[in-house]
Write a protein that binds this ligand. Structure first.
Ligand SMILES: [Zn+2]
Length: 83
């Protein structure tokens, strides 16, 4: 078996925060208890996206750049006008 270059090995072994150490969502549920789900994780940054789980808005935070916002608004208008 050929040896992998050290650069690849280092990438594969890159330390990411283990599941158990990631913060909990903590959103207040209907039962008055904080959500125990783990926060949605940004693998690239190895940090929580916004500290909430999938069910409590942890995924997309919407378009951020001026261009992205404009595009989103244009699409909204487009579909409101109908096909
Ligand atoms: Zn949650």
């Amino acid at each position: 078996m050929p040896e992998l270059p050290t650069s690849v090995l280092r990438l594969k072994r890159r330390r990411i925060t283990p599941l158990g150490k990631r913060p909990r969502c903590g959103a207040l549920t209907r039962w008055g208890k904080p959500c125990q789900e783990r926060a949605a994780w940004d693998e690239e940054r190895d940090a929580p996206r916004n500290g909430r789980c999938d069910a409590h808005g942890g995924r997309s935070t919407g378009p951020k750049t001026t261009l992205g916002r404009q595009r989103a608004l244009r699409n909204l208008r487009h579909y409101r006008e109908g096909w």
